[in-house]
Ligand binder design. Structure first.
Ligand code: AHM
Ligand code: MG
Length: 335
């Protein structure tokens, strides 16, 4: 790209030229990006900033919270509560919804996030990230309730993630394809580094936590078993495996060179539909993947069509290169 295009300019042009985003949404996305920049700085400091290790508390899902989980959550809330663009927020790290305090103007949008995805990788200096999803507040003057958040992913008006790795990269959709922005650390701004991201429809790379193999359901076992047979098997090609254990980093690889990512239902906790959360992990990632030409299902249904019933609802996730996702889905549905 000959001329550097900042995130601000990109968003202004989306608003002005294409009429794609109202000004409140543009402001919201800029504020989220600014928060991601602060989180990136905290992540980069690591032990020097005293941000590693556990916080000694648990979140609503019974997971031990890391210091950075809590810091990232606070950064996102503090950055977003006063700007007038939001009505309420929800996070993996908070039991209930967070209403914008009365002392600030109320906006039209609802923001959901996983402030720091891949928490198990924080202390070992492996890529982690922030995932976010934006919904429109339902019409009407009454205060926001938790049920207002329970909209299917197809209703999202913006979604994205920021991966904190060797580079800090923000990946965004407002429903017109996927754009990537790299943080220029000297300038302190996100610069557009790729537009119209496309995921190849076929792949030879899968991502799944293989240590759970004995707990999987038959369709997932069948798919991976066929991949493992390589050239001599029914797929007639050798597959490669990657598992970073940070969904953001695994999805980012798929955005960059294709692949399939699965965190399916398994028999360890049969009453739970999966490990990952629908509203602030699977929905935003599912929409981004679809916007880049990929597919995302829970094995039986498009992720974005699922009607949520709870804020912290879990879901089985199969996403990435279209033909592979369709194959795994067909192994579940028999179609
Ligand atoms: P987190 O949001 O608490 O970090 O949990 C979600 C993470 C995903 O990023 C990743 O795909 C998965 O959990 C890794 O799970 P596992 O520990 O089974 O490899
Ligand atoms: Mg997560």
């Amino acid at each position: 790209m000959s001329q550097k295009i900042s995130l601000t300019r990109y968003l202004v042009e989306q608003q002005r030229v294409d009429g794609l985003i109202p000004s409140q949404l543009r402001l919201l996305l800029e504020v989220v990006a600014r928060a991601c920049k602060s989180i990136s700085q905290a992540v980069n400091k690591g032990a020097l900033g005293g941000v590693l290790g556990t916080a000694g508390s648990e979140n609503v899902q019974g997971e031990v919270q890391k210091k950075l989980d809590i810091i990232a959550n606070e950064v996102l809330i503090e950055a977003n509560e006063w700007g007038g663009h939001l009505a309420a927020m929800a996070s993996e790290e908070m039991d209930g919804i967070y209403l914008v305090p009365n002392r600030y103007p109320q906006g039209e949008y609802l923001l959901l996030f996983d402030p720091l995805d891949g928490s198990s990788n924080i202390d070992v200096n492996v890529s982690i990230g922030t995932i976010f999803s934006v919904l429109k507040k339902p019409e009407g003057d009454r205060g926001v309730e938790e049920s207002d958040f329970l909209q299917p992913g197809s209703q999202q008006v913006a979604a994205g993630y920021c991966v904190y790795g060797p580079q800090t990269t923000l990946v965004l959709t407002v429903g017109d394809g996927v754009a990537m922005f790299t943080l220029d650390r000297e300038q302190g701004s996100f610069v557009l580094t790729e537009e119209n991201v496309r995921i190849p429809e076929d792949t030879k790379e899968f991502a799944i936590n293989m240590s759970n193999m004995r707990h999987w359901d038959t369709p997932v076992k069948r798919y991976i078993d066929e991949c493992l047979q390589g050239k001599e098997g029914p797929r007639a090609k050798d597959f490669n495996m990657r598992w970073i254990a940070s969904m953001v980093a695994d999805v980012h690889r798929i955005m960059t060179r294709g692949g399939i990512f699965m965190y399916p239902w398994d028999k360890r906790e049969p009453h739970k539909p999966g490990k990952l959360r629908l509203m602030y992990e699977a929905n935003p990632m599912g929409w981004l993947i679809e916007q880049a030409g990929g597919a995302a299902t829970n094995g039986r249904q498009r992720i974005l069509d699922i009607q949520p019933t709870q804020l912290h609802e879990r879901v089985s996730v199969i996403l990435g290169s279209k033909n592979e996702v369709e194959r795994v889905t067909s192994y579940h549905t028999g179609l």
